[in-house]
Design a protein around this ligand. Structure first.
Ligand code: FIX
Ligand code: ZN
Length: 434
């Protein structure tokens, strides 16, 4: 896919000497910049290979991705309970048969699997599953990761790391080695959203906390975060929040956020990422595929950015209806960095809408996308789709600029693409060498 982009760039070589670009040169330089500048993927659920079985890759994982599972249950008579009782390979067989054989894979997520197979030069027809299985079985993870990141045009993968996840915790406690291409994030959903269920896990790690977050709990949570920051060296702290999230609030969530998380972020000079608008488990039978969204009141973002000016906030919102408000708040607060088209708005038609309004309202002062990949090879199609959507939007913006009287140069375009997909992230969070 990347090669197609490069081919058109060769058509009318654009001068790098600062000379004004013509309309056709603008779109080819935009494509060339998008395909030659390696992006930073600031939010994924991927793990470095040193996390063993948490590092998901290969065709079985691609086919049992929760986006596809949600689509499976719409096109199959199999009940979720019957599906979960199947071994992974039979789940993958069922997904392949239902969504790629008995139906046409035209949804964003199913097309993505086809795009991955094509990117590896594998067959994509009805009988492609066997070849794909043989291919992925022949890969060794370290070299495969390097190849996949090259194909996706990304230099850095930012993980999502939960210090209370019983599956992940042993890796950190046994001193998992760092990886030069993977960076950590301290994810706080269990602490901020499910304290009642998880305060004992914090206590079990040696912190004097209680169910009501009273007494020393707040300062102990702060100590917990500082200790984990030493262990993980996170590039930011993060939490997904429901559509009902409010701040300030008298809840334990509000208390811990104000008196433990925000101060710890200031002390550590780390941004806090807030992903707002999820309605967890509206259909628990679908497990990870059972989450939905709701339109949130973004008054919380206004209050946080205004009342905590020395904290930095990376914010993504799940509802289409919240996107415009987020743009407006970003015009009011420079400690607010809108990022990504998250989850249910990560479809080309909506990404285009969101990105156009962000360029119109914020110029290049935002982070357009993250992959949210859960399976390694997903970065190949998710970033190819981002480049495919971004190219005409950027070319149109530059065409309008030159039409309005300001010639556009090769350097302008490369600087802007670098800012959108690298330096905004680098300046907002410490992505420098550890
Ligand atoms: O909260 C999140 O980080 C979400 O991205 C995930 O929970 C979600 O399941 C997902 O994979 C979205 O793409
Ligand atoms: Zn995510």
């Amino acid at each position: 896919m990347a090669t197609d982009l490069l081919k058109s760039a060769a058509q009318s070589p654009a001068s790098k000497d600062g000379a004004p670009l013509s309309a056709s040169q603008i779109s080819s330089v935009v494509q060339e910049a998008l395909s030659s500048i390696p992006f930073i993927d600031i939010h994924t659920h991927l793990f470095a290979p040193s996390f063993g079985r948490l590092c998901l890759w290969g065709i079985e994982e691609l086919l049992t991705y929760h986006y596809l599972e949600a689509e499976l249950f719409r096109s199959s008579r199999v009940t979720p309970e019957q599906y979960w009782a199947l071994p992974k390979s039979e789940q993958a067989d069922l997904v392949w048969r239902t969504l790629f054989v008995e139906n046409t894979p035209i949804s964003e997520a199913t097309r993505g699997v086809i795009a991955v197979l094509q990117a590896f030069g594998l067959p994509t027809g009805h009988s492609a599953l066997a070849d794909a299985r043989a291919f992925f079985a022949s890969q060794s993870v370290e070299s495969h990761i390097a190849g996949v990141m090259q194909m996706a045009g990304i230099s850095t993968i930012v993980m999502t790391n939960d210090p209370l996840d019983p599956e992940e915790l042993p890796f950190w406690q046994s001193g998992v080695p760092s990886h030069d291409k993977f960076r950590a994030v301290l994810r706080l959903d269990r602490i901020l959203n499910y304290w009642n269920d998880h305060w004992r896990a914090v206590e079990a790690q040696g912190y004097a906390v209680d169910a009501h977050a009273s007494g020393k709990s707040v300062s102990e949570v702060r100590r917990f975060l500082m200790d984990w920051a030493v262990r993980m060296k996170p590039v930011y702290m993060a939490c997904s929040l429901p559509d009902t999230f409010e701040f300030p609030s008298d809840s334990i969530n509000g208390l811990l956020l104000r008196d433990a998380v925000l101060p710890a972020c200031r002390d550590l000079n780390l941004p806090l990422s807030l992903m707002i608008g999820v309605r967890k488990q509206v259909n628990p039978r679908l497990r990870l595929a059972g989450d939905a969204l709701g339109r949130a009141s973004l008054r919380c973002v206004e209050n946080l950015c205004r009342d905590f000016p020395s904290n930095r906030f990376l914010v993504s919102v799940l509802s289409r209806e919240n996107q415009h408000e987020l743009c407006v708040f970003a015009r009011k607060f420079n400690n607010l960095m809108p990022f990504g088209c998250w989850w249910f708005v990560n479809n080309a038609s909506i990404v285009e809408e969101i990105t156009r309004e962000r360029i119109e309202m914020l110029g290049t002062s935002f982070i357009p996308q993250h992959s949210d990949a859960r399976v390694l090879e997903q970065v190949v199609y998710k970033w190819a789709y981002t480049r495919r959507t971004m190219a005409p939007i950027l070319a149109e913006s530059y065409r309008l600029l030159s039409e309005d009287g300001r010639p556009v140069t090769f350097a302008d375009i490369h600087r802007d693409v670098t800012r959108l997909f690298r330096s905004n992230a680098e300046s907002f969070m410490d992505l420098g060498p550890r």
